[in-house]
Design a protein around this ligand. Structure first.
Ligand code: ADP
Ligand code: MG
Length: 682
């Protein structure tokens, strides 16, 4: 017997070339292979009479060969073999191209099972190159359900099928992790049967049952993982924060907090006084003022003698938080320190010295914070901003730098409930459902190229009023295949041809950190009128003076992403606007974009986006911090998710700590799943 961890190269027919092709599918070991699940199945179990065959719909039928196959040599490299077959209902001509050897095996007067699709280009029936096998041979390509796998260049479905069959023959599938009682209660197949049946189902019903089991399994592992994390957290002890007077903080603020902000801070204070680590998510739409809530929490931690760390997903955002938090907290006698990857070696060294020495009290940074070199003297509170950009693992890597610190995660992305359950199942939630007073909704318009002169005039008008504009492009450089606005060339065009008298700046993700920072700072301080940018400005950037955002080729972005982008304007006193441009004429695409013009409710937009695009694309590729689910499609498997969540919660309550074979296997799989979701940060 082989082991699940053995490389696939131990299989027959898998040499270096095939191994490379499988690697492109992230298949390296026998386990990866066994967990490489079909995308769908072809049901070849049903036999159809010839007269019932539908054009272009592949199907199986039983027929007798009515003549000896005849091959004509048309020209060099082209042989055509034709043969007549018939059943009780009709006759059919089969045509094979360059398959002389295969086709001539068909024997006159003998019955075979065929699988193929008739084409309707001719008068009467015709079928090209069906697969077939004799009635008395073992069913291999007909009379069964054939799985169709995700493939890659050079790798055929047949190679994957063969490899999977071999793997299942020489090694046991992953162990059972769901106890029998739960399997019975939720009508779930045992692991072993499910892993065989997903690859070699006897019927479509069995394939479905196998799929259901494997989806349940993924959700079960994930929710069990979250429950374990939660119970481990709940058992931890941490000193009660005695000093929770926020009056100095409130007095330093340039505005009154909204009711929602005050409520969230109240919930945080209660957490901090509980004696166990806080695990709280603050969820609020763009502009709802999450930073101030985080600042209040940091202030409390520091008043109680602890350090607080705030991690942001991009350098720009870290910079900005650093600037605004220093301005607010330095006058209160608090030392705020920045730490990002793009700082000079010396800056980083000094920063780390002050963090380790304890003189830095609030540390704002990027994932440089989790690097091994960063040591805290007394980390009591971890804040992650725009949490959906981080994996669960990155979150815990940072909390690991303190002694059971409090955790506050913030997300501007209104997350549909389905995903929220998955991503934040281990957190308590505060919702900021109120915008600071005086904010008017951003007026949004969808236009095509014919509006270009009016767009330009509108940009001019905003600038003339002393405001600033963003122009967002989907690409950095000109791309020959896609006719998309590229930030670089578009910035040039705008500066040289359209607005020679205005100050146009360019910002994109391929620039060096320091460069981005400088440009963003200059734009924020009013040194440019128009900032042409890619989605680097999507997250968090705060320039209240910017009142117009033009998003070019808006159809290239997801709804939630557009909503995030739009959140960069409407942050000050002045009325703000968002213009979406698109050449796209597709009705569905336009409808999607119009949805954005009609509402500014992030939750509604998020639900719509999830419905339209599925969870994989929801946050942009691989940025979601969600584990990589192999079978589960979140948008349609909500029922299974709920069932699995219920099951795992019950089970953890009852016997989660016991060392049954299932719970040992489960813990191993939890660790694997969370490891796979790492490295999802951009
Ligand atoms: P987000 O929730 O998107 O992170 P921010 O924390 O960046 O929002 O806040 C958006 C803007 O609103 C900032 O300029 C901030 O200073 C301002 N702001 C926050 N809270 C209030 C408030 N209660 N009243 C007025 N302005 C506020
Ligand atoms: Mg923010």
């Amino acid at each position: 017997m082989a082991k699940l961890s053995d490389p696939i190269t131990i299989l027959k027919g898998i040499g270096p070339t095939k191994a490379r092709q499988f690697a492109a599918l992230n298949v390296f070991t026998l386990e990866d292979l066994i967990c490489h699940f079909p995308r769908y199945y072809e049901d070849r179990t049903r036999l159809v009479p010839i007269e019932k065959l539908e054009v272009d719909v592949p199907a199986c039928f039983k027929a007798m060969v009515m003549n000896t196959p005849r091959t004509s040599h048309i020209r060099k490299g082209l042989d055509i073999t034709k043969v007549q077959v018939a059943d009780y209902s009709a006759r059919l001509t089969l045509t094979f191209f360059n398959q002389k050897f295969t086709a001539e095996q068909l024997q006159y007067g003998k019955e075979y099972i065929f699988y193929g699709a008739v084409s309707g280009d001719f008068i009467g029936y015709n079928m090209t190159s069906p697969v077939f096998e004799a009635l008395d041979s073992a069913p291999l390509v007909t009379r069964r359900v054939i799985p169709v796998y995700p493939l890659t260049a050079g790798l055929s479905n047949k190679s994957v099928l063969n490899a999977v069959r071999q793997a299942l023959a020489i090694c046991d599938p992953p162990e059972e992790i769901i106890p029998e009682a739960i399997r019975n209660a939720y009508d779930i197949l045992p692991a072993e049967r499910a892993y065989y049946a997903i690859h070699e189902p006897n019927s479509m019903a069995e394939a479905e049952a196998a799929k259901k089991r494997l989806i349940f399994e993924e959700f079960f592992i994930f929710s069990a993982g979250l429950s374990l994390m939660r119970s481990v957290q709940a058992m931890k002890k941490t000193p009660v924060y005695e000093n929770c007077d926020l009056s100095a903080f409130y007095n330093a603020l340039p505005f009154t907090l909204t009711g929602a902000q005050q409520r969230a801070i109240g919930e945080i204070v209660a957490d901090l006084r509980k004696g166990a680590p806080m695990n709280r998510l603050v969820q609020g739409d763009v502009g709802s003022g999450k930073t101030m809530v985080a600042a209040a929490a940091a202030y409390l931690a520091i008043c109680n003698g602890k350090q607080a760390a705030m991690m942001a997903p991009t350098e720009i955002l870290a910079e900005q938080h650093f600037a605004s938090l220093s301005k607010l907290l330095t006058p209160l006698g608090i030392t705020v320190q920045l730490l990002t990857g793009s700082q000079t070696v010396k800056q980083k060294r000094l920063a780390r010295e002050s963090i380790e020495g304890g003189s830095a009290q609030l540390i704002v940074g990027t994932h440089a914070l989790v690097s091994e070199a960063t040591v805290f003297s007394n980390l009591g509170l971890v804040i992650t901003d725009e949490q959906h950009r981080f994996g669960v693992g990155q979150r815990s890597a940072l909390t690991g730098k303190g002694q059971d610190p409090h955790l506050l995660v913030m997300s501007a992305t209104p997350i549909p409930r389905t995903l929220a359950l998955l991503m934040y199942g281990d957190l308590d939630v505060s919702i900021l459902d109120e915008l600071p007073p005086g904010r008017e909704p951003v007026d949004t318009f969808l236009v095509d190229e014919s509006y270009r002169p009016r767009i330009n005039a509108f940009i001019r008008k905003q600038v003339a009023q002393g405001n600033q504009c963003y122009v967002v492009c989907p690409a950095v450089e000109e791309n020959e295949t896609l006719n998309l606005k590229a930030a670089e060339t578009w910035a040039q065009t705008l500066q040289q041809t359209v607005f020679p008298d205005l100050r146009v700046m360019l910002l994109h993700g391929q620039m060096k950190g320091a460069e981005k920072e400088r440009i963003m700072a200059e734009f924020a301080s009013g040194k440019a009128d128009v900032l042409v940018a890619t989605t680097v400005i999507e997250v968090g950037v705060d320039v209240p003076n910017a009142t117009l955002m033009v998003i070019e080729d808006a159809d290239r972005f997801g709804l939630s992403q557009l909503h995030q982008l739009r959140g960069r304007v409407g942050r000050g006193k002045d009325k703000s606007y968002c213009i979406l441009t698109s050449h796209n004429k597709n009705g569905e695409t336009l409808q999607r974009l119009r949805a954005l013009c009609k509402t500014t409710d992030g939750f509604k937009i998020a639900e719509e986006d999830l419905r339209l695009r599925g969870p994989g694309d929801f946050f942009g590729s691989r940025q979601s911090g969600l584990p990589v689910f192999r079978v589960a499609n979140l948008s349609c498997d909500l029922q299974t998710l709920k069932a699995a969540q219920q099951a795992s919660a019950d089970w953890i309550d009852k016997e989660g700590a016991a060392d049954t074979p299932e719970s040992v296997a489960l813990r191993k799989r939890i660790a694997q799943l969370f490891a796979r979701s790492e490295g999802t940060m951009n």
